[in-house]
Design a protein. Structure first.
Length: 303
């Protein structure tokens, strides 16, 4: 007997744990299942740049919940219809993204790209660097990833400030950016992409940053005005370390590739072995919650 699939998820190990429920597997490596009429819970496969993973939503008449395993969910919003609940992958990528944020800060502040380039040319090229100890670090977007970044910076003897949408104890509101940015040596962007944060890092934001400061982006490329950043990099006033860019993927010949004082990684923040077990735990928990009629975690858009 063929059992209609109520839950469609992209994780084989999670599927094995949910064997008592009507769960199917779709991880994006094979065609979408033909019969989607009974699907009520759809977890989008990992891969934010591929619209094919969101297109099946339109073919699910009984769908109630869309779940992402990414913290960002802007790529799903155009496919939602009224009445659907959207939950994100808050917590899944905290460890890996925080690791890369700290790695980018260290690499840029300790001039590792310069050493790598010199080594490839067979040159011994030592010299002074800014380092990280005693630096003033500002985390813009103090959610779970921002907090994970702070925990990993705890041993580096830095002074940390925090910014979020709204003020709370120890956290500045976003409206105070003009006051706090001039005092930061390192500015780490960990905010979600929303209508309020798109283009947040514009000409004015960059002008508020101190001379010689480092901008690190592990959020979304569209949070930063690329042309404004290129102007500051070209003038030699700021440094940048970017895991995300706009456009993305960054095409060959784009000015960012050849800009001075910039380090670019190819949106690899969440791509470590830490992803799979955390995604599995989230999916199993969310499916169990839904099946039992309990409130879901990480809801970002309600019905």
């Amino acid at each position: 007997m063929i059992v209609a699939v109520r839950f469609l998820i992209p994780h084989r190990d999670a599927l094995a744990e949910l064997g008592d429920l009507e769960v199917g597997l779709y991880d994006g490596t094979r065609p979408v299942p033909e019969d989607l009429d009974a699907v009520e819970f759809y977890a989008v496969p990992y891969g934010i740049s591929d619209p094919r993973f969101c297109e099946p939503i339109a073919r699910m008449p009984r769908l109630a919940v869309v779940q992402t395993v990414t913290a960002g969910y802007d790529h799903v919003l155009p496919y939602l219809r009224p009445g659907l609940t959207l939950a994100n992958g808050r917590g899944v990528h905290d460890a890996a993204t925080a690791e890369l944020a700290v790695a980018l800060v260290l690499a840029a502040r300790r001039r590792l790209p310069d050493f790598v380039r010199a080594g490839a040319e067979g040159r011994w090229s030592s010299g002074w660097s800014a380092g990280l100890a005693d630096a003033r670090v500002l985390i813009v977007g103090y959610g779970s990833i921002g907090a994970a970044i702070e925990r990993r910076l705890a041993g580096f003897e830095v002074e940390i400030s925090r910014v979020a949408r709204n003020a709370r104890p120890g956290v500045h509101p976003i409206s105070e950016l003009p006051e706090v940015l001039p005092h930061a040596d390192v500015v780490i962007l960990a905010t979600a992409l929303t209508p309020e944060t798109e283009g947040l890092v514009d000409k004015a934001f960059l002008a508020w940053m101190a001379d010689g400061a480092l901008l690190v982006n592990v959020s979304r490329g569209r949070v930063v005005d690329t042309e404004a950043l290129l102007a500051e990099l070209g003038a030699g006033r700021l440094h940048a370390a970017l895991d995300v860019t706009e456009p993305e993927p960054l095409p060959a010949g784009h000015p960012l590739w050849s800009a001075p004082n910039v380090l670019i990684s190819p949106h690899a923040g969440g791509l470590t072995a830490a992803l799979a077990p955390r995604a599995r735990r989230l999916l199993v928990d969310q499916v169990r919650r839904y099946a039992a009629g309990k409130p879901l975690a990480n809801v970002v858009v309600g019905p």
